[in-house]
Design a protein. Sequence first.
Length: 163
Amino acid sequence: MITLAAHLLSHQRPTAVIASSAFIALIAATPARADRCDDLAKQLKAQIGGVGIGKTAANTIYLSHPAAKALRLGCPSRTVKNEVYGQAPARKPSPEFHDLIASAAAIVFTIPKPDTLRGVKRCFGRVGILRGNDIKTRFRRLDMRCARTKTDSSISISRDSSE
């Protein structure tokens, strides 16, 4: 880079020297920035008690919590902005699990927690004999998918990348 500056000085272009120096200083001064998804995981850990951060693999950060059998944060891709997935250890999720998923969704999608809690309860409330064990619904521009098996239940909350 010094040879570039010396070359520019020899041809007497002070504006080009100043511009290149400013560009080099800008690149050298920018600190390493963590990924936005990593920041969200750290924010979840800081704001929700009991959340632990696990491994990161294929745009997914695995989390842990005592109220959930499985918990993960999906990072943005071409089709979705973010995704929160939780699996409850029981066929009927506990209120603690509802609260955990609602809190995580409120933080990730910046929606008030009472609204996300209402959406989570609505999604799990629709799972059953009349509508089946796999429900897809929309609430506050969020796509929610609730599923239930013989031993556990799960919920996936995401937002389309076009919204």
